[in-house]
Design a protein around this ligand. Structure first.
Ligand code: HEM
Length: 275
């Protein structure tokens, strides 16, 4: 919070990363806002199953993002935008998951394939191109500090929650003014020295980051067309593709083979349906 107060208003130029990143992701932002899931939020129609499923994916995403940021906290492209005390979301999401799913929430996590792909990318760049974390941290954290603030209030009403319980994800107690903090964040982004090639890489990665988010929302919507009790039957955090039907033991080999073929057929059909 101290840093927010000390910040001086800096003049941004068109060549600054913060300006360029906003420009190149403008269309992607419109597409993200217009996904079925985000429209449900904006129209005050977000349902509990929708929100619970979204939280599961956010947990995986922030775990991957924040692990990568922590691991690279001294990297010259990460250090200036490393604000764990103000921005870290993982613990808030854990609290919300416990509120909605109970103490054994970890066993109930359901994660679509698009979320797995997003997390895989985050882990990969954490190891290979830490400067691209600038793009991912920007996309998630500045989004959470912008539209996310309104969405939290709408979600509370839509789901009929009496208090802020279950909505810790949207609260940033370490940020007294989201607007001031965003200004500070942008100036920190602009202070990172990048070659032209790195700058282009970061801009491309930002568009990719939005694309990952859009795919996650779309995948979650597809999963929601599968009844919730079926989604929660899995144990541990599994992707939809990991879930298969089991043939009971103790039946004759021939019957087992016939059943095996039948089960394989159903599994493939289910796979096509949820994807
Ligand atoms: C219902 C959906 C959404 C709404 C209504 C919304 C709304 C907004 C608004 C009003 C701003 C501008 C705030 C300002 O200029 O101070 C903003 C900024 C931003 N949003 Fe969203 N947003 C939505 C979804 C998303 C999603 C899904 C993402 C990314 C995953 C995202 C990422 C961002 C980012 C990175 C910014 C900062 C832009 C900048 O100043 O450079 N938003 N959003």
């Amino acid at each position: 919070m101290e840093t927010e107060k000390k910040m001086t208003a800096e003049q941004m130029t068109d060549r600054d990363l913060s300006e360029q990143i906003k420009k190149v992701t403008k269309d992607s932002h419109v597409r993200a806002e217009n996904t079925k899931m985000m429209l449900s939020f904006q129209r005050g129609q977000v349902t509990l199953p929708q929100y619970k499923l979204l939280l599961c994916s956010l947990y995986e995403i922030y775990q991957a993002l924040e692990e990568a940021l922590d691991r690279n906290s001294n990297h010259p492209a990460v250090a200036p935008i490393y604000f764990p005390a103000e921005l870290a979301r993982l613990q808030s999401i854990e609290k919300d998951l416990e509120f909605f799913y109970g103490p054994d929430w970890r066993e109930k996590l359901v994660v679509p394939a698009a979320t797995e792909r997003y997390c895989h990318r985050l882990r990969q760049i954490g190891k290979e191109n830490p400067e691209f974390l600038l793009a991912h941290a920007y996309t998630r954290y500045l989004g959470d500090l912008s539209g996310g603030q309104v969405l939290g209030r709408i979600a509370q009403k839509s789901m009929g929650l009496k208090s802020d319980e279950g909505l810790t994800f949207f609260a940033f107690p370490g940020v007294s003014s989201p607007n001031l903090f965003k200004q500070l964040y942008r100036s920190r982004m602009n202070s990172v020295e990048l070659t032209e090639e790195e700058m282009n890489g970061v801009l491309e990665e930002a568009v990719r980051a939005f694309e990952f988010n859009i795919q996650v929302f779309d995948d979650l919507e597809k999963m929601l067309s599968v009844p919730e009790n079926k989604q929660q039957r899995s144990s541990g955090s599994k992707s939809v593709q990991d879930r298969t039907l089991q043939i009971p033991a103790g039946i004759s080999p021939l019957l087992r083979m016939v059943l095996g073929l039948f089960v394989a057929l159903i599994t493939v059909t289910m796979g096509i349906y949820v994807l």
